[in-house]
Design a binder for this molecule. Structure first.
Ligand SMILES: [Zn+2]
Length: 236
């Protein structure tokens, strides 16, 4: 994709040079901004952005974490997802966010199935689920960020996303891990699940509940996805 763009720019430069040769006083031509010369790197990608959890539309039941600061995981990750969707669209992707306030089905399993069905319906070629963590033993010192994948084809995406997430947020690098989470099963598209920080850690919970952090994480995830897309342009 990059090669095509570069050769297109070169051809345009050559044309301009030839046109200029025949004129005694060639008019100055406005130079298009660099961004206009580049094809959007995510053009052709259909990306499903999945904010984890959400409330049961009928009962209000909720399966996500609640921070020691009282902030709920589902609200934080929805804000990150909306910001990420905006950034990915700016890079040319078609983006579908799996939910608003509510879990798309009764949690847990029907809600998860609905997310996977959404990805199938829109023929997504990339899936990212966004979560925040909770130490199972309630230890307040546990902190950091990790990315999960299951299929071998998802590993490269996990690496790019985790690298960008750690670099962009400064969260401790807890690495990538292979896990059979429902949304990561072999659904025929690279899929990752991100756990960006611990709501059970008082300092981290405070930080990862701010709009500033949400924007930092969204920008980092977008960079990770762009890095992945650049190394694997879509085949026609
Ligand atoms: Zn979660």
């Amino acid at each position: 994709m990059r090669g095509r763009v570069r050769s297109g720019v070169t051809a345009a430069c050559l044309l301009l040079a030839v046109a200029g040769c025949g004129q005694a006083h060639p008019k100055p031509r406005p130079t298009p901004p660099a961004a206009a010369q580049r094809a959007p790197v995510l053009r052709g990608f259909v990306i499903v952005v999945d904010p984890g959890h959400g409330r049961d539309p009928r009962t209000g039941r909720y399966t996500g974490a609640t921070g020691v600061n009282g902030v709920a995981e589902d609200a934080n990750v929805l804000d990150i997802a909306v910001r990420l969707a905006h950034l990915l669209r700016a890079d040319g992707a078609t983006v579908v966010v799996t939910r608003g306030t509510y879990d798309p089905g009764p949690p847990p399993i029907r809600g998860l199935m609905a997310r996977v069905r959404t990805a199938a319906r829109v023929h997504a070629n990339l899936f990212i689920s966004i979560h925040q963590n909770d130490d199972p033993r309630g230890r307040p010192s546990t902190h950091g960020a990790a990315t999960y994948y299951f299929t071998p084809a998802s590993r490269a995406l996990a690496l790019d996303v985790q690298r960008a997430l750690v670099a962009g947020t400064g969260l401790q690098d807890d690495g990538i891990h292979r896990r059979a989470f429902f949304v990561l099963l072999p659904w025929s598209r690279p899929s990752v699940l991100v756990e960006g920080g611990y709501l059970s850690n008082p300092q981290e919970a405070r930080r990862i509940s701010t709009a500033r952090f949400h924007q930092e994480e969204a920008a980092a995830l977008a960079r990770g996805i762009v890095a992945y897309a650049r190394s694997r342009p879509l085949r026609p």
